[in-house]
Design a binder for this molecule. Structure first.
Ligand SMILES: NC(=O)c1ccc[n+]([C@@H]2O[C@H](COP(=O)([O-])OP(=O)(O)OC[C@H]3O[C@@H](n4cnc5c(N)ncnc54)[C@H](O)[C@@H]3O)[C@@H](O)[C@H]2O)c1
Length: 108
């Protein structure tokens, strides 16, 4: 991480199309996590909604996709459980690999 923190210098970092934001607790459509995820998607990031509630999480990822046109996935996660967070990170990495392979195929 550089001196400017996780979000770097702002626009440059946030609009990098290769970046994915993992937003925990972004399942509930009227909660803060959802608004943060939506804001990041509007800045050009793809989103991983990590939430304990599958119904809310799927709905939230679908709404972010529909509203912003960015990719958004739901990964069921209980952030109070280390194993669940580790599984979420693995799922997100796999999704990233699939995304990179798809982008490489599209460039050919
Ligand atoms: N809303 C406010 O004004 C406010 C102000 C200050 C602090 N906070 C705090 O910020 C946090 C979020 O607030 P909010 O209003 O957006 O809450 P919210 O209830 O709308 O959203 C919380 C989200 O976290 C998810 N969640 C709950 N437990 C989880 C777990 N173990 N693993 C993964 N996901 C889980 C829920 O399913 C939900 O989607 C809370 O801790 C709240 O106390 C809220």
């Amino acid at each position: 991480m550089d001196q400017t923190g996780l979000f770097g210098t702002g626009e440059t970092y946030m609009s990098d199309p290769n970046k994915v934001a993992i937003v925990t607790g972004a399942g509930r459509r009227w909660g803060m996590g959802y608004q943060i995820a939506l804001g990041l998607a509007n800045k050009g990031l793809d989103i991983a909604v990590a939430d304990i509630r599958e119904d809310w999480g799927k709905e939230s990822a679908g709404a972010i996709k529909a509203e912003t046109g960015r990719r958004a996935i739901f990964v069921k996660t209980d952030i109070s459980k280390r194993a669940s967070v580790q599984a979420m990170m693995r799922a997100d990495r796999r999704a990233g690999q699939r995304r990179r392979h798809r982008a490489a195929r599209e460039r050919r």
